[in-house]
Design a protein around this ligand. Sequence first.
Ligand SMILES: NC(=O)c1ccc[n+]([C@@H]2O[C@H](COP(=O)([O-])OP(=O)(O)OC[C@H]3O[C@@H](n4cnc5c(N)ncnc54)[C@H](O)[C@@H]3O)[C@@H](O)[C@H]2O)c1
Length: 331
Amino acid sequence: MTILVTGAAGFIGAHVARALLARGQQVIGIDNLNAYYPVALKHVRIARLIGAHPAFRFVAADFADQAALAAAIDGTAITAIVHLGAQAGVRYSIEAPRAYAHSNLVGQLEILELARTQRVAHLVYASSSSVYGDAAKLPLSVADRADRPVSFYAATKRANELMSESYAHLYRVPMTGLRFFTVYGPWGRPDMALWRFTERVLRGEALPLYNGGAMQRDFTYIDDIVAGVLAALDRPPADDDSEKPGGYLSPHAVYNLGNDQPEQLGALVELIGNACGTTPVLDLQPMQPGDVTATWADIGPARRDLGYAPATPLAVGVPAFVDWYRDYAGA
Ligand SMILES: NC(=O)c1ccc[n+]([C@@H]2O[C@H](COP(=O)([O-])OP(=O)(O)OC[C@H]3O[C@@H](n4cnc5c(N)ncnc54)[C@H](O)[C@@H]3O)[C@@H](O)[C@H]2O)c1
């Protein structure tokens, strides 16, 4: 029983790999350790996994490279894949779309080919709340249309779902796509608002707040996401022609993993200020291209099918992140 975790040096991948190892599973982690954000953070995440768990094997490889992926597996029989590696980030997709085509489109194809040739029992892959675009109706449901992406990142994530559906239909490989909603927490991503704001508040610098802070996000704590990923992994969709969440008849389901608690960005800033013991200075900026004004997950199907039950309010998660950040950054 070996599980392949892609993006294992990434924020969510490292947490998921750790949780799988903690419950006694063999894990191969793949990551190309790219420099989208400081590589030192990725090295530390991997070092913690290697140090704590002998059942973990890490391979630095590009999963969009067929030969490199095969060499990374090195003949090991893979029973399931948790595909969390990707070029993430909405804004960077406007300046560097080719990075997204490589990792998210070619990369997804290579992972699907691996799932097909290895006949894995389940492929769980990351999608994103960004697939909904600037939807008029909230909360966002997997039953809603999702064909008006407002960034190329979102377009690649929606493409991942459609590419997966073609493989689930043709080859009957069970698959689950998870639309994550603004994941945050310790060991998080330096390009995301919580990290950037905390860094600036602790340095006494002004915070660039887009759209006057009037944007809403369904911030979801990493521990809740990890629980959702593992619950999904343990419940591959049946190949029984019944309609699954997302509308598919193949063994393929798509779920929202959010917190069902949308919060204004202004509330996030206030919580960061409280956790840092200071009042943040704001630098009000216009809305950025590619951004959406609000996200809010309808998590009904995930609650029903996966027993998903997010339990961390922002008021608990933000101080937990700030404590971790101060320790990590020595700030
Ligand atoms: N964090 C969030 O709020 C969020 C929200 C929605 C969706 N997602 C999705 O969840 C997944 C995990 O996101 P994350 O926040 O952990 O991001 P992350 O950037 O921390 O992790 C992704 C990892 O994938 C690796 N990677 C990228 N391209 C690769 C390639 N071609 N070969 C091998 N490794 C490659 C990167 O080096 C990185 O370590 C991604 O698919 C992302 O799009 C994240």
